[in-house]
Each structure stands twice: as C-alpha cells, then as structure tokens.
Design a protein around this ligand. Sequence first.
Ligand SMILES: *Cc1c(COP(=O)(O)O)cnc(C)c1O
Length: 367
Amino acid sequence: MKRVFNFSAGPSMLPLPVLEKAASELVSYGDTGMSVMEMSHRTAAYEAIIGDAQKLLREIMKIPDNYKILFLQGGASTQFAAVPLNLMNGSGKADYIVSGQFSGKAYDEAKKYGDVVIAATSKPDNFTYVPKTDRSSFRPDADYVHICYNNTIFGSKFPYIPDTGDIPLVADMSSCILSEPVDVSKFGMIYAGAQKNVAPAGVTIVIIREDLMGKARPETPTMLDYKIMADNDSMYNTPPCYSIYMAKLVFEWIIELGGLDVMKQMNEKKANLLYDYLDSQSYYTAPVQKESRSVMNVTFVTGDDALDKKFASEAKKVGLDTLAGHRSVGGMRASIYNAMPYEGVEALVAFMKDFAEKYPSVGKNPK
Ligand SMILES: *Cc1c(COP(=O)(O)O)cnc(C)c1O
C-alpha cells in the first residue's frame, strides 16, 4: 500500500525512517528478545530509552540545566488543569491570552481554581490574529501568564514571545514544539502533547523551571504534581513507554537532519510555498493575518462550504489526506509538521490549482 501525504492536525504523520526503524525493532529490541511494548519500565533497557529521550530532547532544544523534562500522560488537555494546580499557588491569580480554541479551553479549566482573567484575546475577530501584548497587559501579581504558542485549529502563531517581566510564562506548544529553535529560558514552563510533531499519542512533554515546582496546591492529585513526577524521573507509575520510545527515534531523526535550525528552514520553505500560492490568487482565501500565520497549520477556505467539503474528498482520492478544517470551523487545514515532505506541499499546491480550474464558477468566493 502506497503511503499518502497525511495533512492531519494530530495524530499526524511520522517520519518514514522513524516508522521503518520502529518496525525493524518491533518484535525484538536490541538483544532483549522482546518488543519495547512488552518491556518492564523498570529494566535497564527501558531506563536507557527514557534516559536517552530526555538527553536528546535537552540537546535539541538546548534546555538549560535548571529545567526539568517530564514525560507525562493525559494529553495537553490534562495540563490545562495541572498548570493552575501546580503554579497558581501565590496570589491565586493567572492571566490568559486567548488566541484560539485550545487557549480558551485552558482558560475555562483554570477558572475552576482561582482568579483567572483574559489578558488579551482575538475572539471578537474570529481568532484571525494573535493579539499584541506588553507588560501592562498583565496583572503584576499574577502567578503566571498562559499562552498557546501555535493555534492548531485557526492556523495562527505568536509572532513574538510575550514580555511578562518576572511573571512565569507558560506555553502550550503542542503543535509547534521542535518546529524551530525556541529560547526556553524565556518560559517558566512549556508543555506539548506528542501527537502533532513528536510521537504517537500518549505522551505529553513538560519542560519546567525547577524553582516553579514543589509548591503545588494541597488538593493536587499525585499524578499531576510536577515535583513528584520529576523526583521519580517520570516513572512514578508506568509511563507511556512506547510513545516515549517513538519520541526518542524522532529526536534521533531530527539530530541526524541537523537539528532545529534545519527544521525551521525546511518548515518555512514548505509554508512559504503554500502561502505564496494562496497570496497569488483569489479562489482561496487564507483567513489569518500575515504576521500571525502558522508555519505548521495552514488554513484556507473557498468561501463555499459545499465546495470546501468537495475539496477535501477529492484531495483524498489523489492521496492528499485529511485536509478538512477542524469540525468547529470548517474550511481546509493543511497541517505540515516536521514529517511532511516538501513534495507533499508541492502536490497539494498542484491539486489546489487543478481544483480551482475544475470548479471555476462556484469557486468565486461569494463573500
Ligand atoms: C491538540 C492540542 C491540544 C489537545 O491535546 P490533547 O493531547 O488531545 O489533550 C491542546 N493544545 C494544542 C495547541 C493542541 O494542538
């Protein structure tokens, strides 16, 4: 069976060499005579896997020594609660920038635990941009400021890192982690579900400054307490063993390609191809303002719902899979994470041109 170009927002494409390597080790890992799926997490072989995963991620992202790396479960959505439980421990206040659906969900969850406000939002404009902020946007006594760095559903990304002064900045990077270098020291904490750009679903990466741990609220479930997880090297209980192993293979793949500078170049080349085409014609519209455009999730519409649906179904027939926008917003979305080859985007742009020619009259955006 031929592999398709899979534009799914998540779970999403994994690099073919990674899948092949995993396949080659599937039934027996190294000289263990067993699959990683069957292996106790308390063995030397598995401890080497999780240890390497941590070491490689630290190397790739240049994570400073005073940050811990945790491999947790529950997806990014569980972090929406874990963040306030662990960090809303001083004034009991937290400020959220709501720039899309996931940051809205994070805000709604945090409200259960304290005095939480929206510092800035682009909601009235349908999340077509990322709001600008400066220090005066935030309450000086807030325990933390939360952002979603890349808005997976709307296809926008922060073009800047908010200046929060001394207030720890917490970022959901589920859909952009490892897509480009980031200065980790600008953040108090970064978290990301793995299934967009790192590994199969099941593991959630948390990168947290050490001084922010150890002050969790008393009602914090043990499983959500970062300090307990850090003290146990993410193995307080059984970790998502296989997903962590897959993450390790992806980290090795990134290093082999040259690291995050190379990833950024490759990703920008792909995104530019698509955005340049979108900007060159009027059949499709890209709703996100230019300076807020995501390099990972590219959204566009024809302006006609029926035509948008036809686009996704016809694209699927030619091996361009899962191009329908999120069920809540419609339109189209091409998620072009690290694992999407340039040829996939080339094929998509060629298809878009053909489609526009094939359905000319209806395609004239009626809006
Ligand atoms: C996918 C996604 C989530 C939700 O992740 P789960 O692992 O399904 O909980 C949260 N935030 C962002 C930015 C995402 O892309």
